[in-house]
Design a protein around this ligand. Structure first.
Ligand code: NDP
Length: 328
């Protein structure tokens, strides 16, 4: 394949541009495994990269796309051979290394996770980096001893990708989920995913107090800023909050009060450089702990050519659930 289709981001002094283009295979970066990506997704970070709203992309030209599922075409890595089905999340894909929205990718074999046996490549990318991050966040709460018996868990940005999967996972594991959303019209969708209660995100976006009434044992926050500060101030004694996003801002206007007076823990979640054993565990858990029927209700499929528009919509907060991208 001398050239292949790819969504390419370029930058001149004047501006950043993005287009579906023919990319020359000889310009691929170093790697020991060639993969044919079959499915990808549109995550919030993809939206930031495609629109240029944040400096996600560190080299130009860049093929966008931070994750894919596909088939190995050739490999000089001992762990992989032609025909293996693989998943890649992060490791700089679409940021420092040519990315996923392409008919061909050359990557490091050490970055790959085997596609779980009962999942099709499309299933894996319906989950995508958003869903795998939600799983990492749930696992972090479990490590902190937050069991369903401890009380409710709040999920912020609940109608988004990470949020939707977090709600579905927690509900299936038996937690009472409080879903916070700015889109009240999505309340039936969130209840369908398993939320016990849906609250307006305005309840969490006001000026945070050092401590507020205790409402939940744990939280998964995708919003950051005042929202995360309010979630922490409302977390019960000994609770834990997993922070994974910044859809509302990168700052954190919090005091030490929740930590030193209520023993609350704040756990950081990073999906990009996360160690391989934790990734493998997360994908194993996603195979068993996520209701595939619920995934179907939260997933919309688009073609490679539609990725650029979807990137704009996700940073504008207009996307519900997950977008899966058909590359083949
Ligand atoms: P989505 O856009 O799908 O979801 C984000 C949700 O946040 C929106 O749907 C909306 O939910 C809410 N939201 C958006 N803007 C605001 C705002 N200004 N104030 C309050 N809430 C807002 O994105 P993803 O689910 O893909 O990602 C969510 C976040 O997690 C992003 O910041 C992303 O960068 C981060 N992330 C981090 C990862 C990591 O490794 N740490 C990996 C993956 C994602 P609603 O309409 O329900 O209120």
């Amino acid at each position: 394949m001398p050239t292949f289709k790819a969504v390419v981001i370029d930058k001149t002094e004047a501006a950043q541009s993005v287009r579906l283009a023919d990319f020359d295979a000889k310009d691929l970066m170093d790697g020991d495994v060639d993969v044919r990506p079959e499915w990808s997704t549109v995550n919030y970070k993809d939206g930031l990269a495609l629109t240029g709203k944040a400096p996600v992309v560190r080299r130009f030209p860049m093929i966008a796309g931070i994750d894919f599922a596909g088939t190995v075409e050739s490999s000089s890595h001992p762990g992989w051979r032609a025909g293996d089905q693989v998943i890649l999340n992060g490791w700089g894909l679409g940021e420092t290394h040519l990315g996923a929205y392409a008919q061909k990718a050359r990557v490091k074999g050490d970055w790959l996770v085997r596609l779980p046996a009962s999942m099709a490549a499309r299933d894996a990318m319906a989950i995508g980096t958003a869903g795998y991050t939600a799983m990492l966040a749930v696992m972090a709460l479990e490590r902190d001893g937050i069991t369903p018996a401890r009380g409710a868990v709040v999920v912020t940005g609940a109608a988004g990708g990470v949020g939707s999967v977090a709600v579905a996972l927690l509900a299936k594991l038996g937690y009472a989920v409080t879903a916070s959303t700015g889109r009240p019209a999505e309340a039936p969708y969130l209840k369908e995913l398993g939320a016990a209660e849906v609250i307006d995100r305005k309840e969490l976006s006001g000026q945070p107090r050092p401590l507020a009434k205790e409402r939940w044992a744990g939280g998964i926050d995708t919003v950051g800023s005042a929202t995360l500060a309010n979630v922490l101030s409302m977390t019960r004694y000994g609770g834990s909050v997993a922070a994974c996003g910044l859809a509302g801002g990168m700052d954190l206007p919090v005091t030490v009060a929740p930590f030193i007076l209520r023993g609350v823990s704040l756990r950081g979640i990073d999906s990009v450089m996360c160690a391989l054993p934790l990734r493998q565990e997360a994908w194993r858990r996603l195979e068993t702990d996520l209701d595939r029927g619920k995934m179907a209700t939260m997933t919309n499929e688009i073609a490679l050519a539609d990725v650029i528009d979807a990137g704009r919509r996700i940073v504008e907060g207009q996307v519900r659930g997950r977008i899966v991208v058909k590359i083949a």
